[in-house]
Design a protein around this ligand. Sequence first.
Ligand code: AVJ
Length: 312
Amino acid sequence: MARERRGASPLELAVFREDVVAGLSRPQKSLPPKYFYDAAGSRLFERICRLAEYYVTRAELALTRQHLAAIARFAGRGCQLIEYGSGEGVKSRLLIRALRPAVYVPIDISQDALRAAARGLAREFPWLRVAPLAGDFSRPLDIPVRRGTPSVVYFPGSTIGNLTTDEAHGFLSMSRGVAAKMLVGVDLKKDPAVLHAAYNDKAGVTAAFNLNLLTRINRELGADFDPGRFRHYAFYNPAAGRIEMHLIALEKHSVRLGRHRFRFAAGETIHTENSCKYSPAEFGALAAKAGFRGTKTWTDRRGLFALFGLTA
Ligand code: AVJ
């Protein structure tokens, strides 16, 4: 996940402002989840990953350890490994050690996170060629693929769950043009009570993570949100197969951002995140629709999380 160690550039701020104004102007107000990850948000997310209720990170790490040899066989040694994420995580390093890629291409929205990760990886893997790329998965990428070296796209962490099923389909189709193989980490459907607890932790870290988005908008864009007038609200929507996170306005009021004024009714929400959950069959069908033939599935022992190996 992106960690911003420096302030945003004027261009990044202009895009952020446009996204916020557009989202808050919709009938169902919304904000893009990629903006959760400023420095404070990234620290809160790291705390989420260690929460007893948030099984996601531990389950993915466990399955990666458990099936590392098979995953490496699937990807093939000496490939060009393209990861959406800065590559700072334990999982990335496990994979790099097992795959010995010819080139490793981490893709992250934060230049600073990329620079820091590249330095760390160079120290740990002196033999590794790192070719970082600034960007995010919402736009098609121009990846300098080396001809003759098979490419594998690694998209861990269930970040794909932030996309709607239609968007996920678009992303998978687009990636199929870049790499013949993909490794995609996906959170699986399970008891809604388990899902609910993972996004409503007792210590309130997820609530703080959600509310921090308002604090970031105040600091970087000069808005006057009062986070005390909003409450974290996360629930599993079974029909849509996803956790939805919202911020509920506790009373009628309005918020200023420059010349804009956004009115909130009591009980109105800002939709801040979708976290889609799939059954193995559903994700397999989605991959097939996006033009992938083979689907390998690796899961942790408790069946909480899956890594899918897709072949174009
Ligand atoms: C990083 C998108 C996978 O959806 O579980 C954690 C983000 N949001 N708790 C997720 C998140 C609230 C996380 N992803």
